[in-house]
Design a protein around this ligand. Structure first.
Ligand SMILES: Cc1cc2nc3c(=O)[nH]c(=O)nc-3n(C[C@H](O)[C@H](O)[C@H](O)COP(=O)(O)OP(=O)(O)OC[C@H]3O[C@@H](n4cnc5c(N)ncnc54)[C@H](O)[C@@H]3O)c2cc1C
Length: 407
């Protein structure tokens, strides 16, 4: 594990930490209350140079890998997980995904403005009836002359209410895997976004339904060959999962720091509450959980950067880190007693934010199936695992391993 192995990475992490301390943390409570992103936030993140972190340099990106990405995401999430989730949808689900799968013409047309923050991006795979079983999606794209006509509804789309460009997955044939991916612009006729969904947490990050009603998309906006997007649309999942796990690290570290400060200042029975064993034990366990999760997250990121199959590592890191963060936030509330439960301190917000990370990008239940399926694959390499329950789950959400970041 070498999260801070290079000086360049250390400098990047420190500059993001300074930015996040100054520009994100002071507004996190207000943005959560008002359910909105800070005005101009994508342009400011563009100026910081992190919107195309994993995009190759020839398309305006920084050409870095998953290890760099997780260290940036931990810092941003430490300051404001809601804004960080929108950053993930923009820079990873849209920009990274397009960089990996798009044609040079598509990259030239869209990536410079996405990386500068002029345009906001989003990724639309989930539907009202197709979540974990995403290959059962019903949104359909039919070729008519030089356009595809899209009809259907997407659900839970991060940045849906504010994005300018969307990578949208739609069915182009009757086979379960006959799915293609399209770049849809907000201004295209037949596209509309629903109202913001009123969420428990991650409230700064806007989420909505997307509706496609005879939405006409030019043929040159199809990403890759028709009907062959299953592998490519899944390709991003390992790095997405590691990114979401890194967000959990930021939340857990914030909870630990807040709890430690509070417990060493708050006095009851004439002494700081940190001196009571039940309190100090919780704080020690928070630290142990954070450090263990951090090791898993950086290990998975390293495997991705080495272009090795990473689905078991990414699933393991995501399950452990996300569940650890929720428990850490709950423990922080307990350490702070009544003050933890009211909105004067951010731990109740962090608890609400943490819970999403156990659901998005593959819920913990599915990911546990992925972990076992990988063992089965290694134990019985010649068996057809597509007949097992684990495999059905995996076919839905798990991909072939990610291409080397930056190619
Ligand atoms: C705030 C938010 C933002 C999101 N952003 C995006 C986005 O930008 N783009 C996008 O495409 N999607 C997005 N999603 C969708 C997200 O990825 C899905 O919510 C997630 O994949 C789970 O799908 P589901 O909610 O339909 O739950 P379901 O699939 O209905 O699952 C419900 C429960 O059943 C369990 N389960 C289901 N099948 C299995 C199985 N085979 N084995 C074990 N357990 C199983 C799950 O683990 C889960 O606990 C977002 C969701 C939220 C809440």
């Amino acid at each position: 594990m070498a999260p801070y192995a290079s000086n360049d990475l250390r400098l990047l992490t420190e500059s993001v930490r300074r930015f996040a301390e100054k520009e994100l943390a002071p507004h996190a409570d207000e943005l959560d209350r008002e359910e909105r992103l800070a005005p101009g936030i994508f342009k400011r993140l563009g100026d910081l140079g992190i919107l195309g972190l994993t995009v190759p340099q020839q398309f305006g990106g920084a050409g870095l890998g998953a290890v760099a990405l997780v260290s940036v995401m931990e810092e941003m999430s430490y300051a404001d997980p809601g804004t960080c989730l929108s950053y993930l949808a923009h820079s990873l689900l849209f920009a990274h995904n397009l960089a990996v799968t798009g044609s040079p013409d598509q990259l030239r047309r869209y990536l410079p403005d996405v990386i500068s923050g002029q345009l906001v991006g989003a990724f639309a795979m989930t539907e009202p009836s197709a979540g974990s079983d995403v290959l059962s999606m019903q949104t359909r794209a039919v070729l008519q002359g030089d356009h595809y006509v899209l009809n259907g509804t997407k659900m839970f789309i991060t940045n849906g209410p504010v994005a300018d460009v969307f990578l949208v997955c739609a069915r182009t044939g009757d086979d379960r895997k006959d799915i293609s991916m399209f770049i849809v612009e907000r201004s295209m006729r037949g596209f509309s976004a629903g109202n913001r969904l009123n969420k428990m947490g991650m409230r700064a990050s806007p989420t909505s339904e997307l509706v496609f009603k005879d939405c006409r998309v030019p043929i040159e906006n199809r990403v890759g060959a028709e009907g062959e997007s299953v592998k490519t649309m899944m390709k991003n999942l390992d790095i997405e999962r590691v990114g979401l796990a890194a967000m959990s690290l930021g939340i857990a570290r914030a909870c630990l720091d807040i709890s430690l400060k509070y417990a060493s200042e708050r006095e009851q029975f004439g002494q700081a509450i940190v001196s009571f064993q039940s309190v100090s034990e919780k704080i020690a366990n928070m630290y142990i959980g954070y450090r263990a999760a951090r090791a898993l997250v950086y290990e998975a990121a390293q495997v991705i950067d080495e272009n090795r199959r990473a689905n078991q590592e990414a699933a393991t890191a995501k399950v452990f880190a996300t569940e650890m963060a929720t428990q850490t936030a709950l423990d922080a509330i307990q350490v702070m007693g009544g003050y933890g439960y009211i909105r004067q301190f951010p731990v109740e917000r962090l608890m609400r934010d943490a819970k999403l990370l156990e659901i998005g990008g593959g819920a913990s239940g599915i990911l546990r199936s992925v972990i076992v399926k990988e063992f089965m694959r290694k134990l019985h390499p010649k068996a057809d695992h597509s007949k097992t329950d684990h495999a059905k789950a995996e076919q839905s959400r798990v991909a072939a391993s990610v291409k080397p970041v930056g190619q």
